[in-house]
Design a binder for this molecule. Structure first.
Ligand SMILES: *Cc1c(COP(=O)(O)O)cnc(C)c1O
Length: 384
């Protein structure tokens, strides 16, 4: 069966992965090698040096590209390394318009690293594409979208931004980490590049840090592969093997993350000590209709704030949790809780983060795939 005709679940297990030619091994071997024998100068079997390409990484890149319905895939040593590669497509003086409630590490890289090399960043709420068009200038080269956004779960209309990017010849990059390729495929909606922190749902087991880009355009692929090889922020074969293994259950995990997420979100909403609950599955969510259109389901990421908005109350709550673990990161099989204002978003100034809803009592949870009754019982005892 041709890969492009396969359903997601079949691609997750088979795309880009063939039994090993030398031995028949069903699982992609960990090609723990830096270099490859050449029979004569200029002759090789497609691999010369593992920074440029490694067979285990190659299998993973093909598999992940297929999951995003992309022609090309490039894997990096972390999500931030993948973001860095995108920024290196630009030149001093170029401008990027980015969503304002984005991952803290991305904000830090934009403002503290690339800004020093003359790239300009404008941050804006992207709930309405029409409000962004006046910000586009002759220097604007890229639109940076994250949806659902972190941590307040805003939904950005990818198709609307793809139309804007096309009209003004901008590169549209979508950070698809929170949705995973199972829930949302931005290339199908007109994005130029899809970016993932593989560290999260794709890896899924909280044991690998990795980043990924998927795309269709051949010229962009040539440029990004050149950057990947020239800058060298690649991932190792063992990590690629672990991620390939994780992907085989991505669809099953995502289904349970979504089921558990929906139950926990509704339960939180009904709790008297909980103020706001941010989750795109609520009909009252401002962009629920867009979420329904562009996502297969609503995911397991939820944020909520407490009545009174005291940081102390949030600290007490997360310290009392016993099934949820207080930790950075998300998307693993185990449930995690975090306090964005002092953890993931500590790099963003207080007034800047307050504007986007990252208030003192905001707690973000990554709902795992444990039994949902245990998760709710844990939240209930921690809320007191
Ligand atoms: C974690 C994360 C990143 C950064 O990825 P790393 O793998 O930690 O470098 C970027 N964007 C989002 C939305 C993330 O959650």
């Amino acid at each position: 069966m041709r890969e492009e005709n396969m359903k997601f679940e079949t691609k997750a297990i088979h795309a880009g992965v063939q039994p090993d030619e030398a031995t028949g091994a069903i699982m992609t071997p960990i090609y723990q090698t830096t270099t490859y024998a050449q029979p004569r100068p200029g002759e090789n079997k497609g691999y010369e040096y593992s920074r440029t390409l490694n067979p285990t990484r190659h299998a993973l890149e093909k598999n992940l590209a297929a999951l995003e319905n992309g022609k090309h895939g490039l894997a990096f040593g972390s999500g931030l390394a993948a973001i860095d590669a995108c920024m290196r497509l630009l030149n001093p003086g170029d401008e990027v318009i980015s969503t304002n409630d984005l991952y803290g590490g991305t904000y830090r890289q934009f403002t503290k690293v690339h800004a020093r090399y003359g790239i300009k960043f404008r941050f804006a709420g992207m709930q309405h594409a029409a409000a962004i068009e006046p910000l586009i200038s002759a220097n604007t080269k890229m639109l940076w979208v994250e949806t659902p956004t972190n941590p307040t779960m805003n939904i950005i209309d990818i198709e609307a931004f793809a139309a804007l990017a096309k009209k003004h010849q901008l590169i549209l990059v979508v950070d698809n980490t929170f949705a995973s390729p199972y829930l949302q495929n931005p290339l199908d909606l007109g994005a130029d590049i899809v970016m993932h922190s593989v560290t999260k749902y794709i890896g899924g087991h909280s044991d690998v840090v990795m980043g990924f880009l998927a795309l269709n355009d051949d010229k962009l692929r040539t440029d990004l592969a050149f950057i990947q090889n020239s800058v060298g922020a690649v991932c190792g074969p063992m990590d690629c093997f672990l991620v390939l293994r994780g992907i085989k259950t991505l669809h099953l995990r995502m289904q349970r993350h979504c089921e558990n997420g929906a139950k926990v979100a509704h339960w939180l909403k009904a709790h008297p000590k909980v103020d706001k609950v941010y989750w795109p599955g609520f009909e009252s969510h401002p962009n629920h209709e867009v979420a329904k259109r562009q996502m297969r389901d609503f995911g397991g990421m939820i944020s909520f704030s407490l009545i009174g908005d005291k940081m102390e109350d949030a600290f007490d709550l997360v310290s009392r949790l016993t099934v949820f673990t207080l930790a950075e990161s998300l998307g693993g099989v185990e449930s995690l809780a975090g306090h964005p204002a002092t953890m993931t978003h500590a790099a963003i100034p207080k007034d800047e983060r307050a504007k986007t809803g990252v208030t003192d009592s905001l707690i973000r949870i990554s709902v795992g795939i444990e039994h949902v009754d245990d998760l709710i019982a844990d939240l209930a005892q921690a809320l007191g």
